[in-house]
Write a protein that binds this ligand. Structure first.
Ligand code: SF4
Ligand code: SF4
Length: 372
């Protein structure tokens, strides 16, 4: 019969950063929180995440007795600087579609359990961070993220993987608490450009740049365009400014060769001009929250980032993309981006685009002129 030590040894052999155990009791506080905050979280039900169902492990595996939480350190290697500027780090080497990285380790771990007569499920909707804290693996930050206790220099650059099993193992001592030092004056809350962080570890996900980049509806409102900065998909700002992350961030790391190899495919100009085959082959396998029908949002985000770069080198790409695209949301953002970069070439292009424009595109061009 497998012991807890045997399972820990297997997790170490497979090079997971850490492992903890908790019982399969429902996550009652999480359920109550979700029910009390349906205005902020109602979209998750519509998007098919079923977070409420995930608060009871019995819904995931009837007869569940324990939950094993594995920690994966996703920032163990360095990423190209330009990629870090445009994309949340947790998406840069995401293998949830390609299943050729973390997925292989999780599969091997579950095969080990199965070979020892333990049934398991890997839910997508269980409250992973809360489970990790219940398993004693770390604490929360006021940015609502989870910080490791023993690994990755106690940083937040880790992903908890929860595995619900039908065997009982002694749970670890929970560490469910905010672990921020008192001297930190809520740097994350102050740095959040869109006001998503509410303090005390609470977040309004609908205002978070991560949500806005892949689920935001329609043309990004003007007042959010500058605050969303250079991010095209995801956001790491509240992690980058956090002093709890400094020890890990200041360590030298070798370059992640998988991510470096695909960096050229993710350049802003490529995203702005991409067609469906390009997206399907090169982008979607790594960043899949938006489908091929949402290319307009990718392009709108790329145009906004180009505008915020203030780099005239993007002017020609923006002009070309305006002509290539008929989507009014993309054209509107391009007009905004051209006005933000400014210059004679941008002015002349906007002048040309104004003729024959209508609706929100015309409005944007008029506002662009006002700002120029
Ligand atoms: S990820 Fe960005 S937008 Fe979201 S809470 Fe953090 S700083 Fe704010
Ligand atoms: S920035 Fe400060 S308050 Fe925010 S999570 Fe980090 S330590 Fe906590």
């Amino acid at each position: 019969m497998l012991t807890k030590q045997d399972i820990i040894a297997e997790a170490r052999r497979l090079k997971f950063a850490d492992i903890g155990f908790t019982n399969a009791e429902p996550f009652t506080s999480q359920k109550e929180y979700l029910l009390d905050h349906m205005t902020e979280y109602g979209w998750t039900q519509k998007a098919g995440f079923s977070l409420l169902d995930g608060t009871d492990p019995q819904n995931i595996l009837p007869g569940a007795k324990s939950i094993i939480v594995l920690l994966e350190s996703y920032f163990a290697e360095a990423f190209p600087h330009q990629m870090e500027g445009n994309f949340g780090r947790c998406y840069l080497d995401d293998d949830r579609v390609t299943k050729d990285g973390l997925a292989l380790k999780v599969k091997a771990f579950r095969q080990f359990l199965k070979a020892n007569s333990i049934d398991s499920k890997v839910p997508f909707n269980l409250p992973h961070r809360l489970a990790a804290a219940r398993a004693g693996l770390g604490t929360f930050g006021k940015n609502s993220l989870f910080y490791a206790r023993r690994v990755a220099r106690a940083s937040s650059w880790i992903i908890p993987v929860t595995i619900v099993i039908d065997s009982e193992f002694p749970p670890d001592e929970p560490t469910v608490a905010i672990g921020c030092p008192e001297w930190c004056r809520n740097a994350c809350v102050a740095a959040c450009p869109t006001g998503a962080l509410k303090g005390g570890g609470k977040i309004d996900p609908r205002r978070c740049i991560s949500y806005l980049t892949y689920y935001g509806e329609g043309l990004t409102p003007r007042e959010l365009r500058e605050p969303m900065g250079m991010y095209v998909y995801g956001c790491d700002r509240c992690q980058n400014v956090c002093p709890r992350n400094l020890p890990w961030m200041s360590e030298a790391k070798i370059m992640n060769s998988r991510v470096a190899a695909k960096a050229a495919d993710f350049e802003l100009a490529c995203l702005l001009h991409m067609d469906k085959p390009y997206f399907t082959q090169k982008i979607w396998p790594h960043m899949f929250y938006m489908s091929a029908d949402d290319l307009w949002r990718w392009k709108m985000n790329a145009a906004r980032a180009m505008g915020n770069s203030l780099n005239p080198a993007y002017t020609a790409d923006l002009i070309r993309a305006f002509k290539e695209n008929s989507d009014e949301r993309v054209q509107s953002m391009i007009a905004w981006a051209l006005s933000r970069i400014g210059g004679q070439e941008a002015k002349e292009a906007l002048n040309q685009f104004q003729k024959g424009s209508k609706g929100i595109v015309r409005d944007e061009i008029e506002q662009a002129f006002a700002e120029l």
